[in-house]
Design a protein. Sequence first.
Length: 115
Amino acid sequence: MSEPIEVVVPIRIESVANLREHHMARARRARAHRQAVHWALRAEAILKGTTGPLTITLTRIAPRAVDGDNLQSGCKAARDGVADFLGRDDGDPLLNWLYAQEFGKQYSLRVRIAP
């Protein structure tokens, strides 16, 4: 992979630590986020088998910001979707995970994978 891949997935990343919801609702949302990110990346490019170090940036786009720990926990299912796409474990030491936020009217998540 020589150039970065970047996709914007129309999902709403929320602060899951502060949500009061049924555990099955949380599981459905996590599964939907994980699959949405995985399929958005598959539509963009095929990277399976990439062995070198990668930097993955997950950028939450929303009208309001959340604090850092809620940002990271809210992006967990999306992170798993990226790892699924890459065919690697999300704890692989060759994967460097970065988290960011931008202000925007529409909720979405930008995923950028760069060598």
